[in-house]
Design a binder for this molecule. Structure first.
Ligand code: ATP
Length: 602
């Protein structure tokens, strides 16, 4: 598994809004499609609710004008009381429209994003091993979370805001033009200034916000790393080192946030000054018009209110633009992920197909392999191997010789560059991946249990297993005794990664899991860590139970445990140097196996 620094909550990158990027963003609509009726209804309600909002200042003008006894120029020629009633009715409509708009959009947004989440998780978990080898898992998952939230925001709010903004602008400018074209021109002449201010400041603010976000992620990494390796921190008495590291990271964060606040303060105060300055200018000009009888009081009021709407919307667009950019960045990453080829993994419930039932004969035919991430370094160089059903094969050799890699090739985590793996004479590629892996079990070197109970951890080998089956498996794995000794028995929670169990107990849980799976082929990456002789004997006995009647492929580090193997293969630098039974290999004068044995005995 890829470990390393995990980037938490990194911000989505921003893209220039281009035709390509927009096309990519259309992926959102694929998820909206099932909910299109609700979505379109929501859009209609956005239109209606903006319409009613925009009608309000107009009605206000009518009310004021009729109260002043002026002639009403509009469509309504009602008494003030009548107009007030209309206004209340409009407000009531507005209430219903706003409710429906928010409700419908949330419904669509949440459902569409849930579908997207499920889709992405499904794909992520089906990605081939190479995908995970090249990425940091923590980064991957937190990015997916951040990107999806960004998309969710876009669907539930940004889209609606843009539509509302556009409607507000069109209707608002239309109204103020209708009220007074001259004042409109005066007003609009200030708007470019507002836009420039908004653009200048919002760019800086965005940059600072992004830096702040990265800094936050950094301090998150400090916490995560130090807590994950807490025993290391304590053993090295490095608590203060970590505290200082965290403090300096937080100090940077505060620094950036304050800078950002200063910038936002400037921005808001400049913006307020410009908007209100413009309004003062317009009102001053408007009062002149009013004195000359060219404008009614109601006109002026409506004008000011519409201007405030238009100005506010324009300022808001700067923010929406940056949101939109972020969303495009996020959809691009999600799309990249959706484009990656996954392994073909059938649903877990698929029954084992008869035609793919394995007997356990394995052939490796002139296998050559280098990891895709390091194509120049050949790890397996022409390995050929023949294993008969039920045999126990041990792979030994110095560290880095390629032993685990052979196991990974058997499980088809990777495909060989040259040569072929065959099961019962059938090319591995011809067997569906799920069918193949269902009949194999692996007991890895560093056993990683899930955080749940012992029962759940064993039952993982066969989802849906009964308590009896799990108990039987535990018994065969020599795990029953220690499980029984715990007050909570099977329900004992193993703690994150199984830290509440001893090394030998973890191994036996893993063995029980493999026994429950009842595989035809067993892959055993023997642990290097030595257990005390008693628990070693227990583990060894459990392993012997597990290996009985199965083809087993043991990657051995301690030669003492594999003396009785049917075949011992000595691997060095990706090649088979020697192979045979223990006795045969010991008879080779100055042989590698003999030397390794001598080293381990001493
Ligand atoms: P050990 O006994 O120490 O477990 P091993 O014989 O099992 O070693 P492998 O794990 O198969 O050795 O590794 C063989 C070589 O392949 C090593 O040089 C290792 O650095 C490299 N290697 C292993 N995994 C990857 C990977 N995912 N990407 C690139 N190179 C890798």
């Amino acid at each position: 598994m890829a470990r390393g620094r995990q980037i938490v909550g990194e911000e989505s990158p921003k893209l220039k809004i281009s035709k390509e990027a927009l096309k990519e963003a259309l992926i959102i609509f694929r998820y909206l499609k099932p909910y299109r009726v609700i979505f379109i209804t929501g859009l209609v309600f956005i239109g209606l609710s903006s319409g009613t909002t925009m009608a309000f200042p107009y009605l206000l003008k009518q009310l004021i004008d009729s109260a002043h006894g002026e002639h009403t120029t509009g469509i309504l020629s009602l008494s003030p009381g009548g107009i007030a009633l209309v206004m209340i009715a409009v407000l009531a409509l507005q209430m219903v429209f706003s409710f429906l708009r928010i409700y419908l959009f949330t419904m669509v947004g949440e459902n569409a994003v849930a579908d997207m989440r499920k889709d992405i998780y499904r794909r992520l978990i089906m990605m081939p091993m190479e995908f995970f080898a090249q990425r940091r898992v923590g980064e991957l998952s937190s990015r997916i979370t951040a990107d999806i939230s960004q998309i969710q925001d876009a669907v539930t709010s940004v889209l609606a805001e843009v539509l509302r903004g556009l409607l507000t602008l069109i209707i608002g400018i239309g109204f103020i033009l209708f009220i007074s074209p001259r004042m409109t021109l005066l007003m609009l002449s200030v708007i470019p200034v507002i836009i420039v201010i908004a653009l200048v400041f919002s760019k800086r603010i965005r940059k600072l916000a992004k830096e702040g976000q990265d800094q936050l992620a950094d301090s998150g990494v400090v916490v995560q790393e130090s807590l994950q390796g807490i025993s290391n921190v304590k053993a090295f008495a490095n608590e203060w080192y970590e505290i200082k590291r965290y403090n300096s990271s937080i100090a940077n964060l505060v620094n950036l946030a304050v800078k950002n606040g200063r910038m936002r303060g400037f921005f808001v105060s400049f913006l307020l000054f410009s908007v209100f300055g413009a309004i003062v200018l317009v009102v001053w000009y408007g009062t002149g018009l009013m004195q000359r009888g060219l404008l009614s009081f109601g006109d002026l009021t409506a004008f000011v209110v519409y201007t405030a709407f238009v100005g506010g919307t324009m300022a808001g667009f700067a923010d929406l633009y940056s949101q939109l950019q972020k969303t495009l960045g996020a959809t691009q990453r999600v799309r990249e992920l959706l484009k990656e080829a996954t392994e073909e993994v059938a649903e877990v419930e698929t029954p084992l197909l008869r035609e793919y039932k394995l007997h356990g004969n394995i052939t490796m035919d002139h296998i050559q392999f280098s990891y895709p991430s390091r194509p120049l370094m050949q790890v397996v160089k022409d390995v050929s191997l023949e294993v008969k059903s039920g045999q126990q094969v041990a792979i030994v050799g110095p560290s880095g010789a390629g032993k685990s890699t052979l196991g990974a090739l058997l499980l088809r985590f990777y495909e060989p560059d040259k040569g072929e793996v065959r099961f019962d004479g059938k090319a591995a590629q011809g067997i569906p991946l799920t069918q193949l892996r269902k009949q194999m079990a692996m007991v890895p070197q560093d056993i990683l249990l899930f955080g749940g109970s012992i029962f759940e951890n064993i039952a993982y080998g066969k989802p849906g297993a009964t308590r009896r089956e799990v108990e039987d498996a535990a018994r065969q794995a020599n795990a029953w005794e220690f499980i029984k000794s715990f007050p909570e028995g099977f329900e004992t929670i193993v703690g994150e990664r199984g830290i509440k169990l001893s090394g030998g107990q973890r191994q036996r849980v893993a063995i029980a899991r493999a026994i429950l799976k009842d595989p035809v082929i067993l892959l055993l990456d023997e642990a290097t860590s030595s257990l005390d002789s008693e628990s070693e004997a227990l583990v060894q006995e459990a392993l012997n139970n597990l290996m009985r009647n199965r083809t087993s492929f043991v990657i051995a580090h301690r030669l003492s445990t594999i003396r009785n193997a049917d075949l011992i293969v000595v691997l060095e630098d990706g090649r088979i140097k020697e192979s045979g039974t223990h006795q045969q290999l010991m008879d080779i004068e100055d042989g590698l196996y003999k030397n390794l044995n001598r080293l381990q005995v001493n």
